[in-house]
Design a binder for this molecule. Structure first.
Ligand SMILES: Nc1nc2c(c(=O)[nH]1)N[C@H]1C(S)=C(S)[C@@H](COP(=O)(O)OP(=O)(O)OC[C@H]3O[C@@H](n4cnc5c(=O)[nH]c(N)nc54)[C@H](O)[C@@H]3O)O[C@H]1N2
Ligand SMILES: Nc1nc2c(c(=O)[nH]1)N[C@H]1C(S)=C(S)[C@@H](COP(=O)(O)OP(=O)(O)OC[C@H]3O[C@@H](n4cnc5c(=O)[nH]c(N)nc54)[C@H](O)[C@@H]3O)O[C@H]1N2
Ligand code: SF4
Ligand SMILES: [Mo]
Length: 690
């Protein structure tokens, strides 16, 4: 057993801290690493390389183990918890006195538990502000906005198991599950394909998911709407509409049909940069399958019209009757292990726990009653979203608490982000490593890693599962939940509202305000899961949503014409389009995975993929180092010349601090969901460095 891991417990399951698949893990003392536990999602105990490496970082030498405060010389120095928390109390108190509670911003963590996120949003709201958000804003806020508006719920419509067992066609648009959701890919999508399902992959790059595809549509980044409209047009032209479904479950068919009269498949195909014959084939395969499931990700959501992208996907599913039945639906694969739950429990600036609108007085009164405060205590105006909050730093926001996020690597247009963070009177960061964001903090609070905490997380197919402590926190580090409760007692006028006898007590409270969780319990979850919606008295959750009526309460959902919007960046003749994303062995800002020796041995993530034609005209060879720049910034990166990427487009990840891809990305936001355009950035490639 590891000498340094503290009081490690074996044969106890917890949940992987990385992606939204939610694999169950345990500590294997013999191998001194994590190993799979046969859980509700990874039922054979399978895990991916990140899961195996999850213990690498628990006892890492760089863990934050002592609170830090910035001294008069501008240096971070060690402090006691008493001093650090008093510093927060004084600084945030000053901000509220001078500018009011909306001058504070709270960044919740989709890497952390439901209980922790619930307490943080309660803290913000009892302080008087709705400015609490989590980085679902940066991944699926646009998907959730479109799906909530049209269907009444933003989550995966189907379960992984019914997709595995029932689907005949997988339309994967802007997602690369082979690398980003590896256990879903291996244990749910590949078995469906082996059973005979067709995989259609819409992605500007051929990647590990494409390897399993029957059809690949290498769409030009930012031009999915022309492509999806062309597919809808083929469905209409070739009589592939599900008439029975449309007549009972859909409205506005005629208006939609008329709007599509203007769509020319050839012209749209050219705009999208895809062969029209392939578009026709894809439309036929999707629309004529008995059950066809859409799987979607960041390639759709992360555009400044990401919400419209998802509206176009919804049209296809509604036209073809692929909603409300097993093996079908629209399935956004969620990002971190608890990005679904962070939203469910209200870490959103416009929504209370359970997705009740903050502007709804009855909803506020219901929550206020559970919190034992007056009906008019809760703030009624929506708060700021994450990137909007950053943009307001120094002007109308002066204090921020960042819990388990690393915006100095992950927000767009980082030169501006850094300037904005430097304008804060007080930045408080609750993290486990000295990240790029911690470097700017005035107060650093050392929290707990996944392996030290108890609580629940909600995976991508709505399964709520329990984490269990497998080790003790290092040094003076504290459990995140304890830190957040102490801040709640010290910062708000309702200290009694932050006295909990552990995470289960928080869960018992949060389910009273989160109807989707109402019937769940820690005992009921056990080492398995309970899936939402799980009303009080239920014995099981609901796998397939929208069966007889939509979650909106209506029997019908609307078809809605969507028009293409040009990406925010104009692309000059000598410029290329940069799109960014992920690779298997690294996770998001890399704060955790870059510290894993095991994962860093799997190299190959910090390159810029470029098509041979684009390389040839620039005199660039594989392995050359180039400068990539635009008006926002400049990065230096090694080129991988590969035909896997479409000409005119280059791709790199944002996992590394060098190169820091987000120096280049723009901060134009989707008007509805306020998600930034990470997937389309105009860049110049200036010269080769020896
Ligand atoms: N290994 C690993 N797994 C992860 C993560 C990680 O960092 N590493 N992060 C987690 C998180 S937070 C999230 S949100 C998920 C994200 O999971 P994915 O959505 O799969 O992630 P991305 O790689 O950002 O984007 C997916 C694909 O979109 C393509 N794409 C780019 N532009 C466009 C476009 O305009 N149109 C279309 N159709 N496609 C486009 C990219 O080439 C890429 O292959 O992954 C989660 N899982
Ligand atoms: N260019 C580009 N940028 C992107 C994207 C993209 O596709 N392209 N994707 C966007 C997306 S989808 C997302 S979700 C964001 C992700 O953005 P972030 O959420 O900022 O990235 P993470 O690396 O997941 O940050 C996790 C932080 O939490 C800390 N942490 C981990 N576990 C714990 C814990 O248990 N307790 C505490 N207290 N701290 C913990 C880690 O040390 C790390 O600092 O990035 C976005 N940025
Ligand atoms: S697939 Fe996701 S949840 Fe499962 S082990 Fe890998 S990173 Fe963890
Ligand atoms: Mo994400």
């Amino acid at each position: 057993m590891s000498d340094t891991l503290r009081n490690t417990r074996t044969s106890v399951p917890s949940i992987c801290p990385f992606c939204g698949v939610g694999c169950s893990l345990q500590f294997d003392a013999e191998r001194d690493s994590a190993t799979g536990w046969r859980g509700p999602v990874n039922s054979r105990g399978e895990v991916c390389p990140k899961g195996v490496a999850a213990f690498d970082v628990v006892d890492h030498a760089e863990r934050l183990t002592t609170p830090l405060v910035r001294d008069d010389d501008g240096d971070l120095r060690e402090a006691t918890w008493g001093e650090a928390v008093s510093r927060v109390e004084t600084a945030f108190g000053d901000v509220v006195r001078r500018h009011g509670p909306d001058a504070l911003a709270f960044f919740a963590s989709s890497n952390c538990t439901n209980e922790e996120n619930y307490v943080l949003q309660k803290l913000a709201r009892l302080l008087g502000t709705n400015s609490v958000d989590n980085c679902a804003r940066l991944c699926h806020s646009s998907t959730v906005a479109a799906m909530r508006e049209r269907l009444g719920a933003g989550a995966m419509t189907n379960s992984l198991a019914d997709v595995r067992d029932e689907t005949d066609c997988l339309l994967v648009v802007g997602a690369n599950p082979a690398e980003q959701h590896p256990i879903i890919f291996r244990s749910y999508l590949l078995p469906a394909i082996r059973r005979g399902a067709t995989l259609i992959h819409v992605d500007p790059r051929a990647n590990a998911t494409t390897d399993a595809a029957t059809l690949h549509l290498p769409v030009r980044p930012g031009y999915d709407i022309p492509l999806l409209n062309a597919m809808a047009r083929v469905v209409l032209d070739e009589g592939l509409v599900d008439d029975a479904f449309v007549s009972t479950r859909v409205t506005d068919f005629e208006a939609f049909h008329t709007a599509l009269d203007d769509v020319d498949v050839e012209a749209n195909a050219e705009l999208a940069g895809v062969d029209p014959a392939t578009i026709r084939e894809a439309a036929r395969a999707y629309a004529s399958a008995e059950n066809a499931a859409i799987v979607t990700g960041m390639g759709m959501s992360q555009h400044h019209y990401g919400t419209d992208n998802v509206h176009a996907l919804l049209n296809l599913a509604l036209l073809t009757g692929n909603l409300g039945k097993p093996g079908a639906g629209i399935n956004p694969l969620r990002g971190q292990n608890n990005v679904q739950g962070a939203g469910d429990v209200g870490a959103l600036p416009d929504l209370l726990p359970g997705y009740a609108d903050v502007t709804d007085p009855e909803a506020r009164a219901r929550v206020a009653e559970v919190w034992g405060v007056g009906a008019d205590t809760l703030p009624e105006l929506p708060g700021r979203t994450e990137v909007e909050a950053t943009h307001a730093f120094g002007e109308s926001v002066f204090g921020a608490l960042v819990f388990g996020e690393n915006p100095l690597v992950t927000e767009p247009n980082l030169n501006r982000v850094r300037e904005q963070f430097e304008r804060l009177d007080c930045l408080v960061v609750l993290d486990i490593f000295p990240t790029e964001t911690v470097e700017l903090a005035d107060v650093v609070l050392p929290g707990s890693s996944w392996a030290e905490k108890a609580g629940t997380v909600t995976n991508t197919d709505r399964q709520v599962m329990r984490m269990r402590p497998l080790a003790d926190t290092p040094g003076d580090a504290r459990l995140d939940l304890d830190v957040l409760c102490e801040l709640g007692r010290r910062l708000t006028e309702h200290p009694g509202q932050f006295e909990y006898d552990g995470p289960e007590a928080v869960f018992e409270e949060l389910k009273r305000v989160t109807p989707q969780y109402a019937g769940m319990s820690y005992d009921g979850i056990g080492t398995g899961s309970q899936r939402w919606p799980f009303p009080a008295g239920a014995t099981a959750g609901t796998a397939v949503l929208h069966v007889d009526h939509f979650a909106s309460g209506s029997q019908t959902a609307e078809l809605r014409p969507v028009a293409h919007v040009d990406p925010a960046d104009d692309v000059g003749d000598d410029e290329l389009v940069l799109t960014t994303g992920r690779v298997l062995q690294q996770f998001n800002s890399g704060a955790v995975t870059r510290r894993s020796g095991m994962l860093m041995r799997l190299r190959g993530a910090d390159v810029l993929q470029m098509h041979p034609d684009d390389a040839a005209v620039r005199g660039i060879d594989d392995g050359d180092t180039v400068v990539v720049s635009n008006a926002r910034g400049e990065v230096t990166v090694e080129v991988e010349v590969t035909p896997a990427i479409r000409p005119g487009t280059v791709f790199t990840t944002f996992h590394y601090a060098t190169p820091l891809a987000n120096l280049l990305t723009g901060d134009a936001l989707d008007p509805v969901a306020k998600i930034p355009e990470y997937k389309h950035t105009a860049v110049r490639i200036a010269g080769v460095r020896p």
